[in-house]
Design a protein around this ligand. Structure first.
Ligand code: ADP
Ligand code: MG
Length: 618
C-alpha cells in the first residue's frame, strides 16, 4: 500500500466511525439534535480537512474550479441550511470515492512497474579467484559475469563463452526464443533459457536496456496526456456552469413556480453534488496507464498518452526505407574492383565505415572476414544521405553513393546492377564499387497491407536511388514514393505534408533513428524501430518498437484505439448520468447522499471500463 492510500484510508475510516456513531446516537435519541450537529461537524472536519487544504493550495494558480469545489460548496451550504447529517454523509461517500480513486491508480501504476521491473537484484561475477555474487548496480564495464539458465540477464553484455537460447519476451513482446553465441549482444531483462553463458559487461546497470525502458514508462505515467489536459479544461468551464445552474435554481423557481425558499436552496445544493464529475476524472488516467502497460507488454514503448490519442487520428504513415521497411542487413552481392584485389577493396571500405552506425556500414564490416582494427582509421566525416570519408592506413577513402561522387566531382563508373551500389574512392582515384542487396522485412508487408485495407496513406521516403526505391515500393504495395531524399529533404517534405493536413489529422513517421531523428521529432507521432540498440531512436521518438518489427505498429494503433474508445464511452456515460441526476435533483427526487452514491456507481463502471485495457490481447 502506498503512503497516499494509507493516509486516505485512515482519514475515511476515522470519519466513517465518528459519523456512524453520531448518527446512531442521534437516531436513538441518546444525543440531542443540537449536540449531534457538533458530532457531524467533527466527522466532516476529519474527512474534509485535506480536501480543503488541497483546494486552498490551488487558489494562487486559479486552478480551484473543479469537482472538489462543487463538493465543498454543496456540503458547507447544507450545514448552513441545517442539513448537517446530509452534509457529512455526502462528504463521507465522496471521500470513499476518492479512496477508490487512489487505490485504483496506485494499483495500476504498480502493475506497470511490476510488469517492467525485469531487472534482477544480483549477478554472479567471475573473477580470477572464483565466483562471487554481487549487487547488479555494482557491476562495472569489462567485468565478466556468469549467466545460469533460467536466470534474468542483469546488464547489457556480450557473450564471451557458450551458446544458449534467450527469451526476450519481456523486452520485445516476441515469444520465440533467440539463439545466441560468442560475440552476440545480451540485453538486460531478457532470460537465459538453456545453458550457462559467460559474458562481458558492456553497460552499467542504470544505462542498460531494462533500466532505460523503466525510465521511459515511468516518465510516460507522470505526463499529462492530451485527454487529461482536455479534462482539466472541461472542468474549468463545467464547474462554473454547475454553480450557475445552482444559483439560478435558488433565484428563479421561487419567483416562477413558487414554493418554499429553503427547499430550493437545498435542491440547488444537491444539484452541485449531482454535477460532480469525479468518477470520470478517475477513469481517464486509468485508461491511459492501462494502454501504456498493455503496449509495453507487446514490445511497444509509448512515451505519453498524448501520442496514443494522436495515433488514433493518424491518416498518413511515412516510412524510411533502409533499416525500417527493409532489414538494413545488406549482403554483399558483387564487388567490381578497378585494379586492387576485391578483398582489399572491401576491406578498405569496411575500415572506413568501422565507426558507422549506418546499416550499409555495418553490413560492410560484417562482410569482412577479419574484424577491423579501429586504430587504423581516423578523421571520419559523415555526409548524411551520401556516405562518408575516412583516413585508413594513411589513405583517404571516400565511400558513398552516386550523389556523393557527383558532389565531390569524382570520376566513377556508374554501376547498372540491381541493388545498392557503394562507390569507393581511394586517394582521389576510383577504386571500384560494391553492390549490396537488402531484404524487405516480412512484417513490413503485413503492416502495409493492413494500412491499405484501412485506407490509411503509406508513403516511403528514402535516400536511395529511384530504381531501388521503386522496386521496394512495388513489392510492398506502396504507391507514394520519394527517392533520393537527403535527411533535410525528408524534414521539408514531412513539414509540407503536415501543413497540407486538415485539422485533426495526424502524421506518423516511422524510422530507425539513424540520420532521421529530426523527422522523428517533427512528425505528430515519431515511431522508431529498434529500441534495443539505437540511443538516437530512444531519445527522439514518441513510440519505440523494441524489436525491429514494423507490424508492431498495428498493435500500437489497436491499443490506442481501445484507450480512446474507453475514454469516449466513459465521458458520454458520465456526462449523460450527470444530466439525468441534475434533472432529478431539480425536481426534488433525490437526496444529497443519493446524488453522490450515484456518482460512485458511475465511477465504478468507468473504472471497470478502463481496467481491462491493461489486458488488451495481441
Ligand atoms: P534511407 O532514407 O533509405 O534510410 P539514408 O538517408 O540513410 O537512406 O541513406 C541514403 C543513401 O546514402 C544510402 O542508400 C546510401 O547509398 C548512402 N549512404 C548513406 N550513408 C552511407 C554510408 N555510411 N556508407 C555508404 N553509403 C551511405
Ligand atoms: Mg535510414
Amino acid at each position: 500500500m502506498t503512503k497516499e492510500v494509507k493516509y486516505k484510508a485512515v482519514e475515511v475510516g476515522a470519519g466513517a466511525l465518528i459519523y456512524a456513531g453520531v448518527w446512531a446516537m442521534a437516531s436513538y435519541g441518546i444525543l440531542e439534535e443540537r449536540h449531534a450537529l457538533w458530532g457531524f461537524i467533527l466527522a466532516y472536519a476529519v474527512m474534509a480537512a485535506s480536501t480543503y487544504w488541497e483546494q486552498l493550495k490551488k487558489v494562487p494558480g486559479f486552478r480551484f474550479l473543479d469537482e472538489n469545489l462543487l463538493m465543498i460548496l454543496a456540503t458547507t451550504g447544507a450545514f448552513c441550511v441545517g442539513r448537517s447529517r446530509e452534509a457529512a454523509g455526502a462528504m463521507l461517500f465522496y471521500q470513499v470515492g476518492k479512496l477508490v480513486e487512489v487505490i485504483s491508480l496506485s494499483r495500476t501504476r504498480r502493475s506497470v512497474a511490476d510488469l517492467l521491473d525485469i531487472r534482477p537484484e544480483s549477478a554472479i561475477l567471475k573473477e580470477e579467484g572464483g565466483e562471487r555474487t554481487v549487487l547488479t548496480r555494482e557491476l562495472k564495464k569489462g567485468q565478466t559475469i556468469l549467466l545460469r539458465p533460467g536466470e534474468k540477464i542483469p546488464v547489457d553484455a556480450v557473450v564471451t563463452e557458450g551458446s544458449s537460447m534467450i527469451d526476450m519476451k519481456a523486452l520485445t513482446g516476441e515469444s520465440d526464443p533467440k539463439p545466441v553465441a560468442v560475440g552476440d549482444r545480451l540485453y538486460s531483462g531478457s532470460v537465459n533459457l538453456t545453458s550457462v553463458l559467460e559474458a562481458k559487461v558492456q553497460k552499467l546497470y542504470q544505462d542498460s536496456t531494462a533500466s532505460r525502458i523503466m525510465r521511459i514508462v515511468e516518465e510516460a505515467n507522470g505526463k499529462k496526456t492530451g485527454a487529461l489536459a482536455f479534462a482539466d479544461r472541461f472542468t474549468r468551464f463545467y464547474t462554473p456552469a454547475a454553480i450557475l445552474a445552482a444559483v439560478l435554481t435558488v433565484l428563479l423557481p421561487p419567483l416562477l413556480l413558487g414554493g418554499d425558499e429553503s427547499t430550493w436552496i437545498y435542491r440547488a445544493l444537491i444539484i452541485l453534488v449531482a454535477a460532480c464529475p469525479c468518477g470520470l476524472m478517475v477513469s481517464l488516467p486509468l485508461a491511459f496507464l492501462g494502454g501504456i502497460s498493455a503496449a509495453s507488454g507487446q514490445g511497444v514503448l509509448v512515451r505519453s498518452g498524448a501520442c496514443m490519442e494522436a495515433l488514433t487520428k493518424a491518416d498518413t504513415f511515412v516510412f524510411d526505407k533502409t533499416g525500417t521497411l527493409t532489414e538494413g542487413g545488406f549482403r554483399v552481392r558483387k564487388i567490381l574492383s578497378e585494379g586492387m584485389p576485391e578483398e582489399r577493396l572491401l576491406e578498405l571500405a569496411a575500415a572506413a565505415e568501422c565507426y558507422s552506425e549506418h546499416p550499409i556500414g555495418q553490413s560492410l564490416c560484417s562482410a569482412c572476414r577479419e574484424p577491423i582494427d579501429p586504430d587504423r582509421v581516423s578523421c571520419v566525416k559523415i555526409y548524411p544521405g551520401c556516405g562518408l570519408r575516412a583516413v585508413v592506413d594513411e589513405c583517404t577513402v571516400y565511400v558513398g553513393n552516386e550523389r556523393m561522387m557527383e558532389r565531390k566531382n569524382f570520376r566513377y563508373v556508374p554501376a547498372d546492377e540491381p541493388g545498392t551500389a557503394v562507390y569507393v574512392i581511394v586517394d582521389g582515384e576510383y577504386a571500384g564499387c560494391i553492390i549490396l542487396s537488402d531484404i524487405i522485412r516480412p512484417g513490413a508487408k503485413k503492416l502495409i497491407r493492413w494500412l491499405n485495407k484501412k485506407e490509411l496513406a503509406a508513403v516511403m521516403m528514402t535516400g536511395d536511388n529511384d530504381r531501388i526505391a521503386e522496386s521496394v515500393a512495388a513489392e510492398l504495395g506502396i504507391s507514394s514514393v520519394f527517392a533520393e531524399m537527403m535527411p533535410e529533404d525528408k524534414v521539408e517534405q514531412v513539414r509540407s505534408f503536415m501543413e497540407s493536413e486538415t485539422e485533426g489529422e495526424k502524421l506518423v513517421y516511422v524510422g530507425d533513428g539513424i540520420n532521421d531523428a529530426p523527422v522523428l521529432v517533427l512528425a505528430d507521432v515519431g515511431i522508431a524501430m529498434g529500441g534495443l540498440g539505437s540511443d538516437a531512436a530512444l531519445e527522439a521518438a514518441d513510440i519505440i518498437l523494441m524489436e525491429d518489427e514494423p507490424s508492431r505498429i498495428i498493435n500500437a494503433v489497436r491499443i490506442s484505439g481501445a484507450v480512446m474508445r474507453s475514454v469516449r464511452q466513459n465521458m458520454i456515460f458520465a456526462v449523460g448520468m450527470k444530466v439525468v441526476m441534475v434533472i432529478l435533483a431539480f425536481l426534488g427526487y433525490i437526496t444529497m447522499q443519493n446524488a453522490i452514491l450515484a456518482d460512485m456507481v458511475v465511477m465504478l463502471i468507468n473504472i471497470l471500463n478502463s481496467f481491462w485495457i491493461t489486458k488488451y490481447p495481441e
